[in-house]
Design a protein around this ligand. Structure first.
Ligand code: HEC
Length: 159
């Protein structure tokens, strides 16, 4: 009897926990976007900036130039957001889902930016490179999952 009550209690706790988490995730992107500079750029143009930031981090590691790594990490952290919203360039039926996955990637990039910055500052280039790989892995993972749903991909024949 006692055991059963406990099970219900735990199930309730878990449910409450996951609901709170969901509500939190929903508002996450809004709070991330609230802090971002909004500019008249497409999602692809934002991506071009993200690419240059990542490239700068990579170059900084190869040149063993910690300032260059710090500048790239800063750009990765402080990138602007497309004023028309982050999902406007995706097919309409996937926009809500696309917005939902964004906070997780944002978190990976911020943590990895901290890692590359701290490692480069100490001249720990292997650790900086591991941080760079975390960034690049996340870029490519999102591309595999989401680029097919970009409006820009819809008119092209399958490759
Ligand atoms: C949340 C998912 C997501 C993440 C994370 C992401 N990308 Fe993208 N990326 C896309 C999508 C979707 C497109 C296609 C956009 C389009 O064609 O309109 C794209 C396109 C690009 C392009 C092509 C831009 C062009 O001119 O057509 C580059 C370059 C790029 N991403 C680099 C990166 C880099 C570097 C990172 C990591 C720092 C990254 N992306 C992270 C989803 C993502």
């Amino acid at each position: 009897m006692m055991k059963r009550t406990m099970t219900f209690f735990l199930a309730g706790l878990l449910l409450a926990g996951s609901l709170t988490l969901q509500a939190h995730e929903g508002s996450d992107l809004d709070s991330i976007l609230a802090k971002k500079r909004k500019e008249d750029i497409s999602f692809a143009q934002l991506m071009q900036v993200m690419h240059q930031a990542t490239q700068m981090i990579f170059d900084g590691i190869m040149f063993e130039n910690k300032e260059m790594v710090a500048l790239g990490a800063h750009l990765l952290d402080e990138h602007p957001a497309p004023a028309r919203g982050p999902a406007a360039d995706m097919v309409p039926e996937k926009r809500a889902e696309f917005r939902n996955v964004m906070p997780a990637y944002d978190k990976v990039f911020h943590l990895a930016a901290d890692r590359v910055r701290a490692a480069a500052a100490k001249g720990q280039w292997q650790d900086a490179y591991a941080g760079y790989r975390e960034i690049a892995d996340a870029c490519v993972a999102c591309h595999a999952a989401w680029r097919p749903y970009a409006l820009s991909r819809q008119s092209r024949p399958a490759q």
